[in-house]
Design a binder for this molecule. Structure first.
Ligand SMILES: [Zn+2]
Length: 470
């Protein structure tokens, strides 16, 4: 008994001292009852990412439960960024104690859902598939005002398919998993069956730069950036957000930063003109048969590549050119890395490595002899910018910027630096090096450091690009 008690105390101590990140990123939602093989997992997690569907406190989604009218109003209300603050409603059976009262009130005001003649809303009544079809048509202005027209709209747009027996099952209650699928498809055409979207108009970006997001709210991550004066094709509208396509980027932007009509030729702004001329080369060290440093169950080549790929995704669709000297676990000789950078017309070169040898902390190298690579001053400035951001992001020991006679710096012909993120053979450093969370923080730091450098070089305001990682 004594032993068991001690074991429990030990476990509690372990829990209390478990190393926790200082700043948690928004935790990726996970539902214990929606696993990797669940047929609706993509749609459910997509909505969860935007905090459109929420799980229970115990981390469950209950995909097979029927949807109530209150839940339907809340889910649809969240896609439209309605004010969900619980408040009194016009319905005698929906007080401000009801979690969905705010959404119900707004949904009724927007004619998306109605109450009953007896002055009730019946918040706990299950939603049928037919009601769902009408709700979605009204919420996203799809045009179907009768039941059959609403069902036809959903089928035509690839939002809903009929049942196997050829009917729509309009009187059957709908389960949460199916409701999630229909809502995800209704708001994001990428989830539809055979999506075929045609332009419903043209518009021009009015913000100096505008994030294109995965979903219709700032809860969703950015997939690209558009600049003032760029034209977009409007494909679909969800509340105050528009689903647009432009320059190979597709996603949601806030309608507040669009004006009607096509852009005037030559209206492009200075920031876009600048970033379009810049190509960033990221060089994940080692690879293939060369693992780099190995310790604590970690391989340097994997850490370097993971961080590099994350940096790449941050720069993708921003207008900057971005290229990696390797994107898979292959060996690339040092001379091949440099020649690749030159062939790509690189403007900055950032090599990512992991240290070993018993120290701790972060350091960044640049080459100081101008004989071969003439960009000494810029390299030092770039090193300082990235070093500062990395030390901040990891709260790491600052080993400073250093001069190093390294091939990829010396033989290059652009501002070039080599970062050593931390020591793989030092337990405290290795915990961060091996953690996807901390790898992401390192990637953001490198992204921000490169932007800091460009801000100094160009004197331009990169705020919209900084905003992508906030
Ligand atoms: Zn290395």
């Amino acid at each position: 008994m004594m032993k068991k008690k001690l074991w429990i105390v030990f476990c509690l101590l372990m829990l209390a001292t478990w190393p926790a990140p200082l700043h948690h990123a928004k935790a990726a939602p996970y539902f214990y009852d929606v696993g990797t093989t669940h047929r609706a997992k993509n749609e459910i997690y997509y909505l969860a990412e935007g905090q459109i569907v929420l799980g229970s406190l115990s981390g469950r989604f209950y995909p097979a439960k029927y949807v109530t009218r209150a839940e339907a109003a809340a889910i649809i209300g969240r896609t439209l960024n309605f004010n969900g603050e619980p408040r009194a409603t016009r319905f005698k059976d929906v007080g401000k104690g009801n979690f969905a009262s705010g959404y119900i009130q707004e949904a009724v005001e927007h004619n998306i859902i109605n109450g009953y003649r007896d002055g009730t809303f019946r918040p706990d009544q299950f939603v049928t598939r037919g009601e769902m079809a009408l709700l979605i048509n009204r919420a996203y202005s799809l045009g179907g005002t009768t039941l059959s027209a609403a069902v036809q709209q959903l089928k035509m747009r690839g939002i809903a398919e009929g049942k196997a027996d050829g009917t729509f099952g309009e009187d059957e209650p709908i389960i949460r998993a199916d409701f999630a699928v229909f809502v995800a498809r209704a708001i994001n055409p990428q989830y539809r069956v055979n999506p075929q979207l045609s332009s419903i108009g043209e518009a021009t970006v009015t913000a100096s730069a505008l994030n294109v997001r995965k979903g219709p709210s700032t809860n969703y991550g950015a997939v690209g950036l558009l600049y003032r004066g760029q034209s977009v094709d409007l494909l679909h509208v969800v509340g105050n957000w528009a689903y647009v396509r432009s320059s190979g980027i597709e996603g949601f932007v806030s309608r507040a930063y669009l004006s009607g009509g096509a852009a005037e030729p030559g209206e492009n702004n200075e920031l876009l003109d600048y970033v379009r001329t810049q190509t960033i080369i990221i060089d994940p060290g080692h690879g293939g048969y060369d693992p780099g440093a190995v310790a604590n169950g970690l391989l340097e080549k994997e850490i370097n590549l993971n961080v590099a790929l994350k940096v790449k995704s941050l720069f993708e669709n921003t207008g900057f050119g971005i290229a990696l000297t390797r994107e898979t676990d292959v060996f690339v000789p040092l001379s091949g890395r440099v020649s690749f950078a030159k062939e790509q017309g690189g403007d900055v070169f950032v090599s990512i490595h992991t240290n070993a040898g018993g120290g701790t902390g972060t350091e960044t190298y640049y080459y100081s002899a101008a004989a071969t690579n003439p960009y000494v001053e810029q390299s030092e400035k770039l090193a300082q910018c990235i070093q500062k951001r990395l030390v901040e992001a990891w709260n790491a020991v600052d080993r400073g910027t250093k001069r190093g006679n390294l091939h990829v710096l010396r033989e290059n012909s652009m501002p070039a630096v080599l970062v050593e993120l931390g020591f793989i053979d030092r337990k405290e450093d290795a915990e961060k090096l091996g953690s996807p969370y901390w790898q992401e923080q390192a990637a953001k730091a490198i992204y921000l450091g490169i932007l800091d450098y460009y801000a100094l070089e160009s004197g331009l305001d990169f705020q919209p690009l900084y905003d992508r990682v906030q």
